[in-house]
Ligand binder design. Structure first.
Ligand code: MN
Ligand code: MN
Length: 316
């Protein structure tokens, strides 16, 4: 294999076939700890589509990311076996529920192989079918960073949209609402139901105003104590970040996180019992500079570092 002959980090960044973080492209699941996965699907978006093109653009911009984290000094590639396993393949792309079933099938194989997935969307509807695969045997906790709760009951008379995944996940018993925290929530809604469903079931919502008052460290402390030692998933919607930094997304909301606050939040989740993560809603058609995709790639790398550290510390 070529990756044993040369180190891709030493190659010019514009060379070769782009994979997430310049990792090898793998089809064999027998020898991996962490899989980087693309989910190029945005069929559950009501307004500005384009996140289907997220994985390809994030892969390209992720060639900018080097190996060693400047704060933690973690080199994830020394700690774990990490590869890009390609994209979920869709068999009926115009059918939301069939597409979600394709996603669940793909992640079911990873889960069975004991591989932790770190994914790039796609719209936020993809998190529900991912959780159906990796939380099939027990509910998971969730650190959800987003401008929106994504706890609507319906959107355009559909139960499955990018505004509904976490409500469905609670209803299906795959998400533990008492071990769920949503951070960065803001923006007007046409019904207050999307903000009221969660707290009724035990979800903790940290609106952006409270986040600003508390600061990153206090929110981290609360998130850590809330999810505890149980299995925990991280779902990062790029629209949590202020559109001044990340305009390339379908549902931008002003008054958001800075990139540094978002990076600090992820670093603060180190050591949790992480079972997977995703970065969603990067939409290249609205990302004229490519910076939103670069932020998406950087957040994936931040998550990759804490995932690799945790997985490498688990007893074999
Ligand atoms: Mn979302
Ligand atoms: Mn959102």
């Amino acid at each position: 294999m070529t990756e044993q002959i040369h180190n891709p980090m030493n190659e010019p960044r514009y060379c070769g076939i782009p994979t997430f973080m310049r990792t090898p492209l793998a089809t064999d699941l027998s020898n991996l700890d962490i899989a980087l996965v693309g989910v190029p699907y945005d069929g559950a978006v009501e307004a500005r589509s384009g996140a289907r093109q997220g994985p390809r653009q994030i892969r390209d911009m992720s060639s900018m990311i080097r190996a060693i984290h400047h704060v933690s000094r973690i080199n994830p590639y020394e700690l774990c076996r990490i590869a890009d396993v390609g994209d979920v393949r869709f068999t009926k792309i115009f059918d939301i529920e069939a597409s979600h079933a394709d996603i669940t099938g793909f992640y079911g194989k990873l889960h069975k192989a004991g591989i932790v997935p770190l994914s790039a969307g796609g719209d936020h509807s993809i998190t529900l079918p991912i959780l159906r695969a990796i939380a099939a045997d027990r509910p998971v906790g969730l650190v959800h960073i987003d401008a929106h709760t994504d706890c609507c009951d319906e959107e355009m008379n559909s139960k499955y949209s990018h505004g509904t995944p976490f409500r469905r996940a609670v209803e299906e018993g795959i998400l533990d609402p008492k071990r769920t925290i949503q951070i960065g929530i803001r923006g007007a809604a046409n019904s207050a139901d999307c903000w009221e469903f969660g707290p009724k079931h035990g979800i903790r919502i940290v609106y952006i105003e409270e986040f600003t008052k508390l600061g990153v460290d206090k929110v981290i402390a609360e998130a850590r104590s809330l999810v505890g030692e149980g299995p925990t998933y991280i779902s990062f919607d790029i629209d949590s970040i202020d559109p001044a930094y990340a305009p390339g997304t379908g549902t931008p909301e002003v008054g958001g996180l800075t990139t540094l606050e978002a990076q600090g939040l992820i670093r603060g989740l180190s050591g949790l019992n992480l079972v997977g993560a995703d970065v969603v809603e990067v939409s290249p058609p609205f990302d004229s500079s490519g910076n939103t995709a670069l932020i998406g790639a950087t957040i994936m790398y931040e998550i990759l570092c804490i995932l690799a550290k945790k997985i490498s510390s688990n007893p074999k």
